[in-house]
Design a binder for this molecule. Structure first.
Ligand code: AGP
Length: 608
């Protein structure tokens, strides 16, 4: 996820673009850049780091020109540095582009261009687009962009300018969002409304597969195959603050609702329709996966909860003993980590001090280190031998949601990749998982439609001081994450445990009305978990179950049921966590808490 901003009109473009990018920084902040047309040539300024660095540079050396584009980056291809920052140009400086999203076939495109003699100055997929458009250019930017995007695959938004056409910006939306802002004698383009709200409230939303052509006096939209689109203008009534959260009251809710897109991005270009897998930065030596005899997973908090899912998935699919350990324990435990093992360090930020220390220890003991992280160029990614980026985009709310869900998807991809090398996954299981994974974003969307039901159930939790989350196997792993979400934002004491453990002590705390959340998706242990429900029901508990939509049994046992679509049991955590995120959110809202910045907590714990 990155932020894009464009301006064409009578005013100086750069300050307007910088102001817009500031309001898009929530979409990415590892580098930023601006390109401006001064009527004769295109000039680019860019800088690694937060937007403030670029703004300071431009304050000293202003860019003059009234047509420009800008970008704030959340890296996906290429480390966050000056070179990889957008905008990118072709070598002659004829075409300049910014882009948000992923060009899935950029390696093939780049090889083709390189074979024709092209030189690249960055590691990005974006630069390839600048080359392609320049290659296709015959005097009309719109047509050049049309031909270039005809060769590109992926989910992205692209904005381009040509040196030979001052006062014209052309853009394409392929899934990633784009809006046009209509001013008086001036036009704006942005990834999101907040960037332009200070200038105009008249907005046109660009739809998927559409091209945009703007000049100071007009805009038009057409389809990729050249058919004109008649699109009505919208008047935006949100406040600037509301707009930054996409109209959602909190970033956490926005991020929960971004999960279908985040899952799509995690899978994008990695799992083809035919089932082939490409994990570009995972490059095990020959035979490594085949001979692997131990996997260590280390992380903290939510990331470790994703690791608990990974442990079950790896052991089941790969038959490799796997341990999921708290990083802060592992680093002092003198663990039996040996060469030939794989250590997967999971971290949204890639900067958690304990996770870095445990990962370093594993590496020192000869384990191969794989980083499963959301932040490109983070310390963890730099120290790892292999990297699998989750591509969740920036997560602002302290309570992690979309990062967790994309970590899970990353683990399934890894398990499939290693399983294929070991030849241990039956073809039918492999097929079933591939199909289910490809369909998972849509199913996450279906779970999100139950939001109002979840909100109604949340009202039943509000006055309670203690909540319990139970499940077995993978359901227990999900229960742990559901419980953490509940405690960190609702401040209700919450405990998760395997359903079979209740009767060994905790049952003493279950009294009339105590809420017990039961996750119930695993066929082999279904009846056993139902027995645990009966134990708590006998003590008067209020039982809320998370179960498949076609489970006809559960309504006989639970007071309330949160339904999820059917998927292979191994994948159920990806769906089962979503109602639990919503539940925690609505309970915390009803209790009047600060959702995005809960007390005593920080987004990234960079001290021990
Ligand atoms: C979860 O909601 C928390 N924000 C916290 O548990 C977090 O997952 C943990 O601090 C690890 O952070 P990381 O993924 O950035 O390493």
């Amino acid at each position: 996820m990155c932020g894009i901003m464009g301006y064409v009109g009578p005013r100086d473009a750069a300050p307007i673009i910088i102001d817009g990018l500031k309001r898009l920084e929530y979409r990415g902040y590892d580098s930023a850049g601006v390109a401006v047309h001064d009527g004769t040539s295109l000039t680019v300024a860019k800088a690694e780091g937060k937007l403030g660095r670029l703004a300071a540079m431009l304050a000293e050396h202003p860019l003059v020109g009234s047509c420009g584009i800008g970008h704030t980056r959340w890296a996906t291809h290429g480390a966050p540095n000056d070179r990889n920052a957008h905008p990118h140009t072709d070598p002659a400086g004829e075409i300049v582009v910014v882009h948000n999203g992923i060009i899935e076939n950029f390696v093939a495109l780049k090889e083709n261009l390189a074979a024709g003699g092209a030189d690249f100055s960055s590691e990005t997929d974006t630069e390839v687009l600048a080359h392609l458009i320049a290659h296709e250019y015959q005097g009309d930017l719109l047509e050049a962009v049309r031909r270039a995007v005809g060769k590109a695959e992926g989910a992205y938004a692209l904005v381009a300018m040509s040196r030979r056409e001052p006062d014209r910006i052309v853009a394409v939306r392929m899934i990633s969002p784009l809006v046009i802002g209509i001013g008086k004698g001036e036009m704006f383009l942005a990834s999101d409304v907040p960037a332009i709200l200070h200038h105009t409230r008249d907005i046109v939303v660009v739809e998927n597969g559409e091209m945009v052509d703007i000049t100071p006096d007009g805009w038009r939209i057409e389809t990729l195959d050249g058919r004109p689109v008649d699109r009505a203008m919208l008047e935006i009534t949100w406040s600037a603050e509301q707009a930054e959260r996409g109209g959602y009251p909190h970033f956490m809710l926005k991020e929960i609702f971004e999960q279908p897109q985040a899952a799509t991005d995690t899978l994008s270009g990695r799992l083809d329709e035919d089932g082939s897998l490409v994990l570009d930065k995972v490059d095990f030596p020959d035979g490594f996966g085949r001979d692997l005899d131990k996997i260590w997973i280390t992380a903290c908090g939510t990331a470790l909860h994703a690791g608990h899912v990974g442990k079950v998935v790896f052991e089941r699919l790969l038959r490799v003993p796997t341990e999921a350990a708290f990083a802060h324990e592992l680093r002092y435990a003198d663990p039996l980590i040996a060469p030939g093992s794989l250590t997967i360090a999971i971290s949204q930020s890639g900067e958690t001090a304990d996770t870095l220390a445990a990962a370093g220890l594993a590496k020192n003991r000869g384990s191969r280190l794989l980083a499963l992280t959301n932040v490109v160029g983070s310390t963890l990614s730099r120290e790892a031998d292999d990297i699998l980026y989750t591509r969740a985009g920036p997560e602002i709310a302290v309570a992690s949601t979309k990062a967790y869900l994309t970590m899970l998807i990353g683990e399934y991809l890894l398990a499939l990749a290693i399983g294929r090398e070991r030849r241990v996954i039956a073809a039918a299981t492999d097929d079933e998982l591939v199909r289910a994974l490809r369909g998972i974003p849509v199913k996450i969307g279906e779970v999100l439609k139950t939001d109002q039901e979840v909100e109604a159930i949340a009202a039943r939790f509000v006055g309670h001081d203690d909540v319990y989350f139970i499940g077995r196997g993978l359901d227990h792993a999900v229960a742990m994450e559901g419980s953490l979400k509940m405690k960190e934002i609702s401040y209700i004491h919450s405990e998760a445990m395997p359903a079979g453990e209740l009767k060994h002590g905790t049952l003493a705390l279950v009294t009339a009305g105590t809420p017990v959340v039961v996750v119930l998706t695993q066929k082999e242990v279904y009846d056993k978990t139902v027995s645990a429900i009966q134990e708590v029901k006998a003590r008067g508990a209020l039982v809320i179950a998370v179960a498949y939509e076609d489970d006809t049994e559960i309504a006989k046992h639970a007071d309330e049921v949160l339904r999820i679509p059917r998927v292979p049991d191994l994948l159920s955590p990806v769906l089962a966590i979503v109602p639990l995120q919503l539940l925690a959110y609505h309970v915390a809202v009803a209790r009047g808490h600060d959702i995005d910045q809960p007390r005593n907590l920080a987004k990234s714990v960079t001290v021990e």
